[in-house]
Design a protein around this ligand. Structure first.
Ligand code: GDP
Length: 535
């Protein structure tokens, strides 16, 4: 591989930002783009109105824009690095896409609201990160508001998520008294003066003043009382916190923690700098032919997301893929391994800030979207002709909401089956049938309830099928791992439902976690899994 390729790949950093809605993911993303010079004024990445719009508006937007409202990738340069941020949908009801997006990242940044600590969706997303063992960096946001005690916040992360923490910096006060952060590595204080909440509103990069603990001038900068509290906190921290351990960070055993305020930019740039230093360039990926090195001369990629255009006239779709090795060139010929056929990747796109543009080349670590005439499925591998291997598949994530669905007009059975199957193939929903049953009535499972509406809307608009949907009380799904077990012999609570997925996998739907335990207690040897077999 040429030196230039190698350099391009080495400078890439590809990560996802995860958080509970409203913790500040969008704001932080904007600020990172601001520091990267990708936008001049923060607040222009995407109108929050767009995101918060009512469901029907949101679908209208999806229709017009085709892609990137719900989830996209943003690329920018900073300090010699080429950064790919994988954005995950910001809705309360995220979909399986959010999970899958994490499959394409090399690390994750977890944004936590300093006043709330770890919230439910963060916990769920965190679990998926652990599944892939990807490093997790924590940004504790909104320090410009009254926050929980920083020690308690660390404790909360460790207790709820079961990961050790290492504060990289320490907040000086919170709320109105938030004065800056103390960097534990170089023992320097970055003070932000009185800019908090100023007319600038955090739209511009911040100026900072540097000082060290004990500096006589520090009392004037942050106040004598805060100076003393900081000195005490640091002493406590140095004695009590875990040691910095890069290996542990790389294996998701230790999370570096940063305090800041995305809105006012406090602590954003120091976070970015340290994060880029600690996270890795594109990592090798497992395949059935062993690990594939990103520096490999040959191009390879896998599809992790398919976005339907929702345009009734053209049912075109965009397949998003993560490049795992080598270099991609526009119109290059690749082997689509699962279909065993060669194809040209046409109209490769990349999304920069809010626009999509056609790209000429891309490297390992980058994400590209290509026009999909209906040939791609989630998890597909693309590689150079002459090579043939498959990347490890993407697991099916457990839906948490279920509906019993049947078509209103039984004459439209064909369209119903076609639409339902296609939408399921895109990965927006999962479909299940009664054990041994047909497709007259299916159980649709989704990760976020918004997908039910998307599903109903699309069936009507794209397939001209009206459906009757009935919510089910079930919330938990478990795949039965014992291959030779007949589910009908299981002893289960009466509200537990037995179903099968499209690949014949057998599953149980539970209404509460207590029934799961009941099933395990009353059926010796029963093995249940939270994730379906990889596609
Ligand atoms: P997301 O849902 O995680 O993408 O959260 P947003 O970035 O949209 O932020 C949610 C709300 O919190 C918005 O009103 C933001 O202006 C606000 N917000 C974000 N970061 C901060 C912060 O550091 N301080 C304060 N006070 N508000 C913030």
């Amino acid at each position: 591989m040429s030196k230039q390729y190698e350099q391009e790949i080495r400078r890439r950093r590809t990560f996802a930002i995860i958080s509970h809605p409203d913790a500040g993911k969008t704001t932080l993303t904007e600020k990172l783009l601001l520091y990267g010079g990708a936008i001049q004024l923060a607040g222009t990445v995407k109108g929050k109105k767009t995101q918060r719009a009512a469901v029907s508006d949101w679908m209208e937007i999806e229709k017009q824009r085709g892609i990137s409202v719900t989830s996209s990738v943003m690329q920018f340069n900073y300090d010699g690095y080429c950064i790919n941020i994988l954005d995950t949908p910001g809705h309360q009801d995220f979909s399986e896409d959010t999970y899958r997006t994490l499959m394409a990242a090399d690390s994750a940044v977890m944004v936590i609201d300093a006043a709330k600590g770890v919230e439910r969706q963060t916990e769920k997303l965190f679990k998926v990160c652990l599944l892939r063992d990807i490093p997790i960096f924590t940004f504790i946001n909104k320090m410009d508001r009254e926050s929980l005690n920083p020690f308690d916040l660390l404790d909360d992360i460790e207790q709820k998520l079961g990961i050790r923490t290492y504060p990289m910096n320490w907040p000086i006060g919170s709320g109105r008294d938030f004065k800056g952060v103390y960097n534990r590595e170089n023992r320097e204080i970055l003070s932000y003066g009185d800019e908090a909440g100023s007319a600038l509103g955090g739209q511009h990069k911040l100026q900072t003043v540097k000082a060290t603990l004990g500096d006589p001038g520090l009392d004037g900068l942050i106040g004598a009382a805060q100076h003393q509290t900081l000195a005490d906190d640091i002493e406590l921290l140095d004695g009590a916190s875990y040691d910095f351990d890069l290996e542990a960070i790389r294996h998701a055993k230790l999370s570096p923690v940063f305090f800041g305020s995305a809105l006012t930019n406090f602590g954003v740039e120091p976070f970015l700098q340290d994060f880029l230093r600690l996270t890795t360039p594109p990592l090798p990926r497992r395949s059935d032919a062993g690990e594939i090195d990103p520096m490999d001369d040959d191009f390879s990629a896998f599809v992790f997301k398919i976005q339907a255009n929702m345009n009734k006239a053209h049912r075109d779709r965009i397949a998003f893929m993560r490049i795992c090795s080598g270099r991609f060139e526009k119109n290059m010929e690749v082997l689509h391994v699962q279909q065993d056929r060669k194809l040209r990747l046409s109209q490769p796109q990349q999304i920069l800030a809010s626009e999509r543009e056609i790209i000429e080349e891309a490297y390992a670590g980058d994400i590209i979207g290509v026009f999909d005439p209906g040939v791609f499925s989630i998890g597909d591998t693309l590689c150079a002709p002459g090579k043939k291997f498959r990347f490890e598949g993407i697991p099916t994530f457990a839906p948490e909401h279920f509906c019993l669905v049947r078509q209103v007009d039984t004459m439209k059975r064909k369209q119903f089956i076609k639409g339902t199957t296609q939408i399921a193939n895109e990965g927006a929903i999962q479909i299940f049938q009664e054990l041994g049953g047909g497709m007259e009535e299916v159980v649709v499972g989704v990760v976020g309830v918004l997908q039910f509406e998307v599903f109903e809307y699309r069936l009507k608009n794209e397939y001209n099928v009206d459906v009757h949907m009935q919510r089910m009380p079930h919330q938990f799904i478990r795949w039965i791992e014992n291959e030779d077990l007949d589910p009908n012999t299981l002893s289960l609570t009466s509200d537990t439902k037995k179903v099968q997925d499209v690949r014949g996998g057998r599953l149980l739907l539970f209404t509460n976690s207590w029934s799961i335990q009941w099933a395990l207690d009353h059926n010796e040897g029963l093995a249940l899994s939270e994730f379906g077999k990889a596609k």
